[in-house]
Ligand binder design. Sequence first.
Ligand SMILES: NC(=O)c1ccc[n+]([C@@H]2O[C@H](COP(=O)([O-])OP(=O)(O)OC[C@H]3O[C@@H](n4cnc5c(N)ncnc54)[C@H](OP(=O)(O)O)[C@@H]3O)[C@@H](O)[C@H]2O)c1
Length: 284
Amino acid sequence: MILVIGATGKTGSAVCRLLAEKNIAFKALTRNKDKARKILPANCEIIQGDLSDKSRLYEIIEGVTHIYLATPPEDAMVAYQNCVIDVAAEHGVQRIVKLSGLGPSLKSKARLPRLHAEIEKHLKESGIHYSLLHSNLFMQVLFGDATSIKEDGKIYAPAADGKISFTDINNVAEIAVQCLQDDSNDNQVFKITGAQAESYNNVAVYLSSALNRKVEYQPVSYSQARQSMISAGYDEWLSDALIELYEIYSANDGCYVSDDYKKCTGKPASQLLTFIEEHSQQFA
Ligand SMILES: NC(=O)c1ccc[n+]([C@@H]2O[C@H](COP(=O)([O-])OP(=O)(O)OC[C@H]3O[C@@H](n4cnc5c(N)ncnc54)[C@H](OP(=O)(O)O)[C@@H]3O)[C@@H](O)[C@H]2O)c1
């Protein structure tokens, strides 16, 4: 039995949709069943639980053989995910497919790559088979810019001219489902990126073309971006964590393009231009 952790989230909901389409049985974990019923496919088994409750985790993981593991970027991420790994090891879970970002490293100056690397190390040492999904910034994150695109004709980011190989969440979900089903993917890293790296200037050009009106990229400073995040309700820890990632993107260190998606699925990775054209209504 597959357990999807983070089932109502960005990648987890896409993983659940794919599993349901393929008629593969799974359990979807949420803290809020009513919210989950609105997001998840009908008839999917929804279980309620919070990762902060270890005793409940023992009940949830009972009978589970495979886990998709994605939890929000937050201070508690290492504690939550390591606890899942520990309980899974005690229950004899066969495989964990863990979502990380691009370039996890214990030596990274940025906290998210460092924390993902800590969890990956713990998972490797647990003896459970694993697949590690190293995804770049999601294309779908651009939906968060819809208001400024609509109202000011501008997209703001502290990314300078750095290029980013934006990743489509649906590409992540496809690889995740393959890894959950197929043990030939065990103990491997999958770098999941878009087909090419794009600057925010390119993003603005694509938006202008898809919307048939001018959209401009307005680079902003880290302190301006941090202030906007705080005003939008992000906590300080997450705002700082995201700024650290933008420091990486500004230095053009997020431009790596991988063909792992193509190797796995036989299809080319999603293109940002196509993504923007297909979702132009959300920015219009
Ligand atoms: N954003 C990006 O561009 C990007 C790119 C690459 C990698 N990543 C990595 O992706 C990961 C996040 O994955 P995601 O974006 O798919 O997830 P997400 O959208 O952040 O959501 C994850 C889900 O986790 C559940 N959750 C939160 N706290 C929980 C708790 N205490 N117990 C049980 N469930 C809990 C929530 O569901 P309920 O509310 O239903 O409980 C939520 O929907 C992060 O580690 C991040 O570093 C993000």
